[in-house]
Design a protein around this ligand. Sequence first.
Ligand code: GDP
Length: 301
Amino acid sequence: LARLRSRLAKSNNVFSQGLLALLSSDSIDDDVWDEVEESLLVADLGTEPTLELVDRLRERVTVEGTKDPEAVRAMLREELIKIVDPGLDRRLTATPTDGIPAVMMVVGVNGVGKTTTVGKIARVLVAEQREVVLGAADTFRAAAAEQLATWGARVGVDTVRSDVEQADPASVAFEAVKTGIERETDVVLIDTAGRLQNKANLMDELGKIKRVVEKQAPVGEVLLVLDATTGQNGLSQAKVFAEAVNITGIVLTKLDGTAKGGIVVPIQRQLGVPVKLIGLGEGADDLAPFEVEAFVDALLS
Ligand code: GDP
């Protein structure tokens, strides 16, 4: 947690001078509120949530008649927590049901960090003594299966892949789940292709993978991976994927970079699904559960 805080603090220090200094000024006037708004927008919180939050905060400051910067700061923290945590369940479904492995599909456009995320999740599960098998259903790029298998070897789990180029992704996913059932693994993690050029194609492919997998085992999680550094653009991607397949959670990657991370708020609103995990680097251990208070504190530090 401390590591997460310091990583996030580095990338999110937009508030460190601006916002809190502003809230510490003697009189909180319209200019101050405008700048508070600006800081939240810069942090990718999105227009609507920002306006809502600032309105609520202004109202509270007026109603409670406070001028104490510490009190206002505490209110800001409370309001941010409320807006980041609309009461969504962030637990991952990663335990077998009646001896059938939990299946997790990982989806998202190319380059957002899908394969890396599959590797990192496998690492966490292995550390928890769970049996895992990976499925390389991104058969579109030849290098993708190789990259996944490399991650598998690194964290000590097997990868089911096709020797045939451009194999049917659904059949690879089917094989992976079959292997998981035969070996009685706890989890089967399926990496998928992220072509977005053709929406109909994508919907067909993801839908088919899911249907084919569900002939053998329920798909407990469909995790959408989004790159935090793409800011509001991540939202339009998210919508396309949400139309293609029923998303159960978001993994927000690259929060170790310049991204402010406020994008969490509009994403959760638009999709109605929680951010469950965050990516904090390229290494196997750079994955953390999304924790609301730690996140807000990092945003405010
Ligand atoms: P995919 O195409 O969606 O499967 O994406 P990859 O897993 O191949 O990742 C694309 C690039 O992003 C690689 O260079 C990864 O090392 C990098 N990457 C993935 N997750 C993170 C993260 O959380 N932080 C940083 N800094 N880089 C990441």
